[in-house]
Design a protein around this ligand. Sequence first.
Ligand SMILES: Nc1ncnc2c1ncn2[C@@H]1O[C@H](COP(=O)(O)OP(=O)(O)OP(=O)(O)O)[C@@H](O)[C@H]1O
Length: 288
Amino acid sequence: MESLTIDNISKAFKKHQALTSVSLEIPSGLFGLLGPNGAGKTTLMRILATVMIQDEGDIQFQGVNWSKNADQARLMLGYLPQEFGAFRNITPVECLDYIGVLKGLSDKKQRRDQIQCVLEEVNLTEHADRKIRGFSGGMKRRLGIAQAILGNPRLVIVDEPTAGLDPDERIRFRGLLRRLAQDRTVILSTHIVEDIEATCDKVAVIKRGKATQFANLEALASLADNKVWNWYIPMSQYEKVSNQHKVISTKIREDRAEIRILSDVRPSDDAVSVSPTIEEGYLEWIKE
Ligand SMILES: Nc1ncnc2c1ncn2[C@@H]1O[C@H](COP(=O)(O)OP(=O)(O)OP(=O)(O)O)[C@@H](O)[C@H]1O
């Protein structure tokens, strides 16, 4: 399948430059866009979803150019925005029927069949006729995915979908995204490193409106090569050490603490260099 090309996208809000020359080449499958709050993820997702227009740059996917043909682009994409929750007093079937009409699925029977399919795909068939207001966060997010994949778009854009989900719902939701990405391009924007680790093969990291793409997750982790140290210290020293160093994690072992530190230099002779995790590579990349 042809890649999605994001070419030199910039966007400013008055004097605030939210995106600066963002260029990404996104292959089919699950692609992660990782970045801290305020980095510009939602702005980029909204531009991709054609609900916002960039100041500069362009997007191209399967022969369609976003600037020249936004209507055609809209038919190729499904979008789950960060806030999907306006519908409360209707059922999933009613909600999807309405969105199906907006998406141009004009044949009633075809629309009904598709709604059944997407509800099955997101595992909501047994709740199809219940009012949405009684749904859990995870169920609402799955309904959000159902509306995004209605019409079978080749590109699905999902913005911060796991925020606020409990661990069980989060794991189910990640499984759903992985399934969807088997025959589509799915872009997942998140500030949660675990979401990316659990689902994506490819990732870009965005910081203050600038994006960097990595060949794979290992390449992101390797940014912290030779900068992560495992160190056992007596509990009595813990406060002093954590004030002096960037402590990534701590495990208490009886009267000692086992800590991992991110540091350009070995913090002590008895600290041991260890392989970095993806989170540690990311923390190294986003550090000031
Ligand atoms: N409509 C707007 N008007 C003015 N500034 C905006 C607007 N939308 C976003 N911004 C600013 O642009 C920057 C990027 O915001 P954006 O929402 O894209 O970030 P984000 O990475 O998605 O963060 P979050 O996860 O917190 O939403 C932020 O500084 C934000 O305050």
